[in-house]
Write a protein that binds this ligand. Structure first.
Ligand code: SF4
Length: 104
């Protein structure tokens, strides 16, 4: 996740990116292992990507994290709420059938 302080991707040249989707797009580079982080790194960590989600009252924020920041930057819809709506329901049914009914 690009806004997480604990994840990054490092190229063979030592350039650091916050996501594999951003590799080799120089303006997305957040630093280099020999030189340290640049301001881009801190800009990613401060990105407020949840504001729209909170205003929608979305229940998937802890699961989704507010969508892909790269998609937003490219003007694509980062929201996969429809998928979560279907997926979560299916996963609950599968879990119920495989774990709860199996015990009885
Ligand atoms: S599903 Fe959509 S509204 Fe919900 S947290 Fe993800 S991006 Fe935000």
């Amino acid at each position: 996740m690009a806004v997480s302080k604990d994840s990054c991707t490092i190229t063979p040249k030592g350039d650091i990116y916050k996501c594999v989707e951003m590799i080799y797009e120089e303006k997305m580079c957040v630093g280099n292992i020999a030189k340290g982080y640049n301001d881009n790194y801190y800009n990613f960590l401060r990105a407020h990507q949840y504001d729209d989600c909170f205003s929608k009252g979305c229940i998937y924020i802890p699961l989704c994290g507010g969508g892909c920041i790269r998609s937003k930057e490219l003007g694509r819809n980062p929201c996969h709420k429809i998928i979560f709506d279907n997926l979560v329901s299916d996963l609950i049914q599968i879990k119920y059938k495989t774990e709860v009914l199996k015990q009885n």
